[in-house]
Design a protein around this ligand. Structure first.
Ligand code: C2O
Ligand code: CU
Ligand code: CU
Length: 482
């Protein structure tokens, strides 16, 4: 008996559909949200450390491993945790493949001597060679303030590529003033590096330079938390200190926990705020950090998603906190005063510098500071360089249509003015009342910061921390002179 026509058609359709299914199904096993635990990178605490830069196959998504350039074979690299005021030497060995070229490591947030700062085109680490960086963690005769910092590659023109491929790790600097506050510590003090990557069907993350910046978009795009896609983290019903770093090349996050739960921000990238800031959402641009205390008390058996309000669909759900452990809390509530802020230095008019952020569309898109692109042979602080110990006022003006995240090496800054056409988020503004070293400058906005260069002499850079803007070539050099 002949197969009815409709049945044959249905079978053909089913076969075609099945074939199609088989073709779009990636070779890798499917990623299941919230099915793997949040990795916590190993913590290195010795005074003398060795970290090797090497290519490694890292398990990030199910299935094929991802070929990355790493510190010690992992992404993120190991976390360095040291007491402030004690010298620390880190030897970095460059065993990267030949195409990586020379390397340089910037300890972002550290008050390092110029030679130890990870200069973009000087003191480079040649292939197969190593270099020891010495950090004294002293500022102005006192131990440096505790802060949540990080380290990453900083090679001129290719920082975006090198960080995208995996060269980034976290640093925690402790000081007695911070530890005396009895905030959650040990396993209840959790550093989290957020960084997005675009994966191909073979789980690889090829890098293609885009002067606008690179980010994950659409299918294969993942925001990684400590190198994992949508992990879960089992917590107890108590207070936690959560240190958040945006290590992305371009992406911004506006974070929200459990649909608007209270987060108490206690620190910026430059350490403790004068007073805690209560908030329900938190914006982090590239290189910015925020530390929050979250109390999971009374939430046993609840699950809370850390969401990015700027993301879409599954890419918006970054990780899940599962309150699964019945614990008692030995930490004290966050005090009303965290660390008093010294009064901001008062610069004279001649120590005021204006930095105009611009772009040139003639030919390829390039990003400029005062009309120029980065040149390590040139100091951009003409007519004179900043003098050690004197107060400086820096004014950034953004004439481009996109945000820039301006990061200044060497010292931390007081924000003394933000002049905008559009209102600035009130909670974000409160959190800017502490010291910072990376500042969002929006289109048509003027941002004024003040500080004083202490201790070290010599050249340092400042730049936009959207890494492709930095690479093309929104970076400038200043030289601290006696
Ligand atoms: Cu995190 Cu000059 O950079
Ligand atoms: Cu830096
Ligand atoms: Cu920029």
């Amino acid at each position: 008996m002949a197969v009815p026509r409709w049945a044959a058609a249905a079978l053909a359709l089913a076969a075609a559909f099945g074939g199609l299914q088989a073709r779009v199904q990636p070779a890798a096993a499917a990623h299941v949200p919230f099915s793997s635990p949040l990795p916590i990178p190993p913590v290195l605490t010795d005074q003398d450390l060795t970290i090797t830069m090497q290519q490694a196959d890292v398990q990030i998504l199910p299935g094929a491993k991802t070929k990355m350039w790493t510190y010690n074979g992992m992404f993120p690299g190991p976390t360095i945790r040291r007491p402030s005021g004690q010298p620390t030497r880190v030897t970095f060995v460059n065993n990267l493949p030949a195409e990586a070229g020379d390397a340089t490591v910037h300890h972002h947030g550290s008050h390092s001597a110029s030679s130890e700062d990870g200069q973009p085109d000087d003191y480079l680490i040649e292939q197969t060679k190593s270099r020891t960086y010495t950090y004294d963690f002293v500022e102005d005769g006192k131990p440096e303030r505790a802060a949540f910092q990080w380290y990453h590659d900083h090679r001129m023109d290719v920082t975006g590529r090198n960080v995208w491929k995996g060269l980034a790790g976290m640093v925690i600097l402790d000081d007695p003033q911070d530890t005396a506050l009895d905030l959650p510590s040990g396993e209840f003090d959790v550093p989290i590096m957020l960084a997005d990557r675009q994966f191909d069907a073979g789980n690889q993350i090829p890098y293609t330079f885009d002067p606008n910046g690179l980010r994950a978009s659409g299918v294969g795009g993942h925001v990684l938390a400590n190198g994992a896609a949508q992990p879960f983290f089992d917590v107890g019903d108590r207070r936690y200190r959560i240190r958040l770093l945006n290590a992305s090349n371009l992406s911004d996050y506006e974070l929200e926990l459990g649909g608007g739960m209270a987060m108490t921000q206690i620190a910026t990238e430059s350490g403790l705020l004068p007073k805690p800031v209560q908030r329900t959402k938190l914006r982090l641009g590239p290189a910015e950090r925020a530390e929050i205390v979250v109390d999971f008390d009374g939430l046993l058996r609840r699950e809370l998603v850390l969401r990015n309000r700027l993301g879409f669909g599954p890419a918006a759900e970054l990780m899940k906190f599962r309150v699964s452990r019945d614990l008692s809390d030995d930490s004290t509530p966050v005090p009303a005063t965290l660390r008093l802020l010294d009064p901001a230095p008062v610069p004279t008019p001649i120590d005021t510098r204006l930095w105009v952020l611009g772009q040139s569309l003639a030919g390829d898109l390039i990003w400029t500071i005062n009309g120029r692109t980065f040149d390590p042979m040139r100091d951009d602080t003409i007519p004179f360089n900043p003098r050690r110990g004197s107060a400086e006022r820096w004014i950034f003006v953004n004439t481009t249509p996109v945000d820039h995240l301006m990061h200044i090496h060497d010292v931390d800054w007081w924000l003394t003015g933000r002049l905008s056409l559009e209102p600035y988020d009130a909670d974000d503004a409160l959190a800017e009342q502490g010291l910072k070293e990376t500042f969002r400058v929006r289109p048509n906005e003027v941002v004024e910061v003040v500080s004083r260069f202490t201790d070290h002499l010599g050249p340092y850079v400042f730049h936009c921390h959207i890494l492709e803007h930095e690479d093309r070539a929104m970076m400038a050099q200043f030289r601290v002179v006696p």
